[in-house]
Unconditional design. Sequence first.
Length: 490
Amino acid sequence: MPRNAQGQGTYQVQTQTQQLTPQQVLLVRLTELPVNDLRERVDKELADNPWLQGEPTEGMGGEDYASNSDSREHPEAPDAPDRQQMAEAADYGDAYDDVDYGVPFDPNANADRRMREQGDTSETFFDYLVAQLGEYDLSEHEREVMKYLIGSLGDDGLLRTPLQQIVDEMDIYQNVQTSVRELEHLLTDVLQQMEPTGVGGRNLRECLTLQAQRNYRGEARKQLVTLFQRYWDDFAHLRWQRIQHNLRLDSLGLEQLRQRVRRLTPRPGGSIGGDHSDNHQITPDFIVETDENGEIQLLLNEGDMPRLTVSEDADRELQMPAVSKGEREAMSYLRRQVASARMFIEAIAQRRETMLRTMWAIIRLQRPFFLEGDETLLRPMKLEDVARQTGQDISTVSRVSNSKYVQTNHGVYPLRWFFTTGTTLNGDEVTVRRILQALREIVDAEDRSHPLSDERLVALLRERGFDVARRTVAKYRTQLGIAESRLRKN
């Protein structure tokens, strides 16, 4: 296979394009919209088309189905949460609730100053980051990959999408070939070097470590990095006395450490770009409720969207004779408007069916998690798996999964969070999350005076049934923010 100067393979393929119908295009656009944007789109259509009418509905729109898919009257929907409740950050959020935010410090001061210097404080977070790409010597291919990487960030500025998933998405939807290795290079050497500090962290731990490494020097930086890399569990659970003992701090030293922690932000993207901060309030598109009997109910949240109908006067108007040229033109316009109204109503119904079918497939594939709330129970799942379950295209599953959230008994999660990478061990497929948790537990329990080498970690993981290579353990250790053994020694 020939390769170009960037090391990319060049391919010669024949493609057969299929023209989408207006109905299909409309369905695609509606499926991409989260619930709040959907309501705005419906309101616009009602304002533009006088023959489309909306009747108010009580409570949430949508339908509720039990685990056996039987339709039943849905219960009163719970209030939407004020902010995203990521399972990964739950304990950390408690830690931040304990600190005093009265410290006169703006964690995004440098970023805000930078935007003022650019003279445009209304740009989006995406635009703000893309504008910084000009400071790096990147090829056109690398710029394209970087834009997709930036677009994959969450509202908080963190990158929770696995790199392999981004590789697959770019190949399928963008026809751009990249690799995990290239993404890791661009992530660490470009994105994570941008402002605001901490952007591009793959989890909360890495985000705070990035801020500590860049914003502090000397002993202060060493203490913070040690706190996040070696005593994260103690920090997340507010075990300040244990932290004081492990870091050998006196009372003043501990208070100084806590003051420095206050100057870090868990959401580096939270205050950048116009109305971006409004995105902190997440409205779930789905509500999944489980009970002690293992029954699962699903509600599609369509907000207070009205019930859409075509005006009763439409049929009568269409029966009116059209004699003059003006009357014929008016009749032609009327037919187009009525057809548009009917097409929109049908597309809304198709969107509802597509959304529910996709969410039910995710529930079936990840049923243990929805019942227990334990993320180690998540099974490896790709877009193709859900597409196979639903009989839909992979692109349709991707549109449903992007920018959508589900409220569960255990918190609110973006749908993309359920798409997990996996590996095959002893003939069984397990998620990487399970291996990461086992690795974390082993390191947390190690003797700090004799930290475990990567070779020893391999052996201990093998005892738990995870047969992974040493280089894989090193990669996972880095992903968890765990330093190599010589740096973990007390």
